[in-house]
Design a protein around this ligand. Structure first.
Ligand code: NAD
Length: 278
C-alpha cells in the first residue's frame, strides 16, 4: 500500500480559502505539491493565505469569488484554467452561521412573545442567507468546476458538513438544515457522478473556534455557557484544531488511498457524535 501523500501538479480549488479551516487545509495541500486556487469573498484574506503559501515555496493564487454568484464563479473558472489548468479536486469550504439566523433562546416558552428571537422572530432574509451560503454555496461551485473533472482519473469533490447534520444544535436552524442538506448532496453527487469518475465525499468537523462561531463560543476571552456545554459533550474535552482536519481530507482526496471511497461523510469531532451525554 503506497501510503505516500503526494499531490504534485494536482490543481485544487478551495472555496472559503481565507478562513481558518480552509487556509490550513490549502497550505498543507500546497506542501504536498498541489497548485492551489484560493477562492474567497474576502480577497485580502485569500491573498494573505496565498502570500504565506508562496513564501513557503508552494504554488497558490488568490481569486476574489462569491460562491453565491454563478457568473462570477464562471469568470474565476476561466482564470483558474488560464493560470493553473483544469481542476482535479474541489474543496467546498465557504460557509458558516450568522448571528442574525440564531435564536436567542434554546427553547420556546409560553411566556415568550411572537416577536421574541425564538423561532418566530427569525427574519426570512437571514434564514435564506445562511441556508444559501452553506447549501447553494456548495452546489454552485460544483456546477461550475466539476465540468472540468468529467472523465479525468483521480478527480474528486470534498464538502464540509458539520455535527449539525447528524443532530441539529439548538439556536441555529438554518445552519443545521443547510449542513444536513450538504451531507445529503454529498451522497447524491457520489451517485450522480459515479459513471464519470468524480468521487464526492465530505468531512464533518466537530467544534473548532473560528471567525464564524466565535461570538457563540466566547464573550471576549470568557467561554459562553454554550462553549462549556460543547466541551462537556465532547468526550475528548477540548475544541479541535484546523490541522486535525488535514489527515482525513488528504485521505479522501488521494486516489492512491481512497479510489473506492465515495459518498462518505467523516466526522472529526473528538467523539462528540458518538456520545449520548451519559
Ligand atoms: P471561517 O469564517 O474562518 O471561514 C469561512 C470563509 O468563507 C471566510 O474566509 C469567508 O470570507 C468565506 N466566505 C463567506 N461567504 C462567502 C461567499 N459568499 N463566497 C466565498 N467565500 C465566502 O470559518 P471556518 O470555521 O473556517 O469554516 C469553514 C467551513 O467549515 C464552513 O463551511 C463551516 O460551516 C465549516 N465548519 C466549521 C466548524 C467550526 O467549528 N468552525 C465546524 C463544522 C463545520
Amino acid at each position: 500500500m503506497p501510503f505516500n501523500i503526494d499531490f504534485t501538479d494536482k490543481v485544487i480549488v478551495v472555496t472559503g480559502a481565507g478562513g481558518v479551516i480552509c487556509a490550513k487545509i490549502s497550505q498543507e495541500f500546497a506542501k504536498k505539491g498541489a497548485k492551489v486556487a484560493l477562492l474567497d469573498i474576502n480577497e485580502e484574506a485569500a491573498q494573505n493565505n496565498a502570500n504565506q503559501i508562496n513564501e513557503d515555496g508552494g504554488i497558490a493564487i488568490a481569486y476574489k469569488a462569491n460562491v453565491l454568484d454563478k457568473e462570477n464563479l464562471e469568470e474565476v473558472r476561466k482564470c483558474v484554467l488560464r493560470d493553473l489548468g483544469k481542476v482535479d479536486i474541489l474543496i467546498n469550504g465557504a460557509g458558516g452561521n450568522n448571528p442574525k439566523a440564531t435564536t436567542e433562546n434554546e427553547f420556546h416558552e409560553t411566556y415568550l412573545t411572537e416577536n421574541s428571537t425564538s423561532i418566530f422572530g427569525l427574519e426570512k432574509n437571514s434564514i435564506e442567507f445562511v441556508f444559501n451560503l452553506n447549501f447553494l454555496g456548495t452546489l454552485l461551485p460544483i456546477q461550475v468546476f466539476a465540468k472540468d473533472m468529467i472523465g479525468r482519473k483521480g478527480t474528486n469533490i470534498i464538502n464540509i458538513s458539520s455535527m449539525n447534520a447528524y443532530t441539529p444544535l439548538t439556536k441555529i436552524p438554518a445552519y443545521s438544515g443547510a449542513k444536513a442538506a450538504v451531507s445529503n448532496l454529498t451522497q447524491w453527487l457520489a451517485v450522480h457522478f459515479s459513471h464519470v469518475g468524480i468521487r464526492c465525499n465530505a468531512i464533518a468537523p466537530g467544534f473548532l473556534v473560528t471567525n464564524q462561531n466565535r461570538n457563540l463560543l466566547f464573550n471576549g476571552e470568557i467561554p459562553t455557557e454554550r462553549a462549556k456545554k460543547i466541551l462537556r459533550n465532547t468526550p475528548m474535552g477540548r475544541f479541535g484544531e484546523a490541522d486535525e482536519l488535514v489527515g482525513a481530507t488528504f485521505f479522501l482526496a488521494s486516489e492512491n488511498l481512497a479510489s473506492f471511497v465515495n459518498g462518505v461523510i467523516i466526522p472529526i469531532d473528538g467523539g462528540f457524535n458518538a456520545y449520548s451525554g451519559v
